[in-house]
Design a binder for this molecule. Structure first.
Ligand code: UD1
Length: 347
């Protein structure tokens, strides 16, 4: 029995790691296709080396481009390989263009698709990820949901068969790697905030990106900012001045990111994954977005949505209440449940 896993971006490499490790213990052969959506070593090779992920069997080296171009190139490349390899099922993760292309190619070839992190919704179709995840959920044969709310959402959309609550594979990963976290090789201020910003809606216009840097610049205290290549490119192109309190660093490895999240006073982000990691680690988070897919994290003020300087200043002063309710994301055994579904699917 054979499955093909299709991944292409940094968060997919980390999400897939434990599932791939567990598949090795079964009789199922896994073939891994890297679409090449992320080609920068800091977002790709270094992440593989860091978590010790197996080498992909093939890299399509698609790279960056407009969404239609990128997805189209992936469809062409993936179709050829899936026809040659004839897997019994295809696995995709989350909401990226690589996941969309993987699910669509497989569905057109009548291959069963297993979607991990299904049912998440921001209800904002201007986000490319929202469009991707809706389509992937509706194409998939099996949808593995990270939370019960995600499962309910699929039911509301009429997906009643093949949808289950497994818990979040990213929570399993954090449990496995917590003790391996590493301080980045940098001189750190004693106390700092951690910021990551990379979403198109925050980086693609001069107005928005310069505003964000200006607001971060007014924070009392140092802000460590691992900068995504997309943000770096725009930062340079827009000739934005770097405020004195912001320490820009290159993207860090997963283990280093865990260390930074764990030791930061607060996390400021627009990433879906970082919001959840901060919540699981019990570090208050401020999210530079109008909405979040992970509304579970909002309770008790552990995560707050911010769209203005006012929100940011208020959010920095607010204290979170109670404890994060981690069990909403499963019991750290999501990977086991996913593997059981893969086995059923390929039989
Ligand atoms: C993608 C995912 C997003 C995920 C993010 C994690 C989609 C639609 N978006 O966004 O959901 O949160 O990955 O990082 O799939 N770039 C580089 N080097 C790289 C990759 C990207 O310089 O290795 C730059 C390029 O300027 C490129 C831009 O980033 O044009 C966008 O890259 P892309 O992969 O399309 O989206 P991300 O913003 O990384």
């Amino acid at each position: 029995m054979k499955v093909t896993t299709i991944i292409g971006t940094r968060p997919e490499f980390t999400k897939a790691y434990l599932v791939s490790q567990s598949l090795k213990k079964t009789r199922i052969d896994e073939y891994v296709i890297h679409t090449g959506q992320h080609y920068d070593n800091k977002l790709s090779r270094n992440i593989f080396n860091d978590v010790g992920y197996r080498e992909p069997d093939i890299n399509l080296n698609i790279g960056s481009g407009t969404h239609g171009w990128q997805t189209g190139k992936m469809l062409i490349g993936l179709e050829k390989i899936l026809i040659e390899n004839t897997p019994n099922a295809v696995i995709v993760y989350g909401d990226t263009n690589s996941a969309l292309a993987g699910a669509l190619t497989a569905a057109k070839l009548n291959l069963p698709v297993l979607h991990i992190e299904a049912g998440a919704r921001s209800f904002n179709k201007e986000m490319p990820e929202e469009v991707n995840r809706i389509i992937v959920d509706h194409l998939a044969t099996i949808n593995c949901c990270a939370t019960k709310r995600n499962l309910l959402q699929l039911k509301k959309e009429g997906i009643k068969k093949g949808a289950i609550f497994t818990g979040d594979v990213m929570l399993d990963l954090i449990e496995n790697f917590k003790h391996l976290m590493l301080a980045p090789k940098l001189v750190f201020p004693k106390s700092f905030l951690l910021a990551t910003i990379h979403r198109a809606e925050n980086t693609d216009s001069y107005k928005r990106l310069s505003e964000i840097f200006m607001w971060l610049g007014k924070i009392e205290g140092q802000v460590v900012f691992p900068i995504h290549p997309r943000t770096k490119e725009k930062f340079k192109r827009f000739k934005i001045k770097l405020p004195k309190n912001i320490i820009l660093i290159s993207p860090v490895s997963y283990k280093e990111m865990l260390w930074l999240e764990m030791h930061a006073k607060k996390v400021i982000t627009d990433s879906g994954g970082v919001q959840k990691e901060a919540y699981w680690l019990g570090v208050p988070c401020l999210t530079f977005r109008r909405e979040t897919e992970w509304t579970e994290t909002l309770k008790g003020g552990w995560n707050q949505l911010i769209t203005s300087e006012n929100h940011l200043q208020k959010g920095l002063k607010t204290k979170s209440e109670g404890k994060p309710d981690i069990a909403q994301f499963g019991n750290g055994k999501a990977v086991q449940k996913v593997i059981a579904e893969v086995i059923k699917l390929v039989k």
